[in-house]
Design a protein around this ligand. Structure first.
Ligand code: 5GP
Length: 215
């Protein structure tokens, strides 16, 4: 019989969302998850935000102008979209649907507005994790350390942090990001457990039928 163990069993992919206020360290956690798991890929968003010096087109974002963003949105090519800190961000639909059907997991680094939209559309596939900073002073110093944004951009992000943090209770899991390694381990445990949920295991019914047939 083909799918004879849980590690090889056909399953539907997990949609793993990480949200946090800017500077809480969510992107570092995301990077580690992506580098340590071959079965998960990042959903690369489109955005109208200006590219930062360290960012690579197609790896961190697809940087597009407002006209193209509006066209994608109006053609229903975005699974969700939102305005965040005065820029538009959206998740291209096709890569996500392809990955899930092929049993691959998808990691989303998106805000609470987008997470809410995904929850309305695909609640069974979604696992929502909210990342909090250990303190506001830590949040501030992480934003300043990044040194890729101007002072007014940093100020705007701090002002928005309150609104973002108020959404924590809409998430399935909440992590306080004190130490990156510990936060990574926590997200990794959540991912492992969520992959094994009964309703994701497409091959389980057949496996149990096989067991019963052997009796
Ligand atoms: P940044 O400009 O720092 O890369 O991202 C700003 C915020 O936009 C972050 O909270 C990030 O999670 C969110 N974001 C990035 N891509 C998307 C997206 O496709 N949709 C939504 N709703 N938010 C996004």
């Amino acid at each position: 019989m083909r799918n004879s163990s849980i590690s090889t069993m056909d399953r539907r992919g997990v949609m793993l969302v990480l949200s946090s206020p800017s500077g809480a360290g969510k992107s570092s956690i995301a990077r580690q998850i992506l580098s340590k798991n071959s079965e998960i890929e990042l959903s690369v968003s489109v955005t109208t935000r200006a590219q930062r010096p360290s960012e690579i087109e197609g790896t961190h974002y697809h940087f597009i102008d407002h006209r193209r963003f509006a066209a994608m949105r109006d053609r229903n090519e975005l699974l969700e979209w939102a305005e965040v800190h005065g820029n538009f961000y959206g998740t291209p639909r096709d890569p996500v649907e392809e990955a899930l059907t092929a049993g691959r997991d998808v990691l989303f680094d998106i805000d609470w507005q987008g997470t809410r939209q995904l929850h309305e559309k695909m609640p069974e596939d979604l696992v929502r994790i909210f990342v909090l900073p250990p303190s506001i002073s830590e949040l501030k110093s992480r934003l300043e350390r990044r040194a890729e944004d101007s002072d007014d951009v940093i100020a705007k992000r701090l002002t928005n942090a309150a609104l973002e943090m108020e959404q924590w209770s809409e998430y399935d899991y909440v992590i306080i990001n004190e130490k990156l390694e510990q936060s990574f381990e926590r997200v990794q445990s959540i991912l492992h457990a969520e992959r094994m949920r009964r309703d994701r295991l497409i091959g389980m019914k057949m496996f149990v039928e096989g067991l019963l047939n052997e009796l």
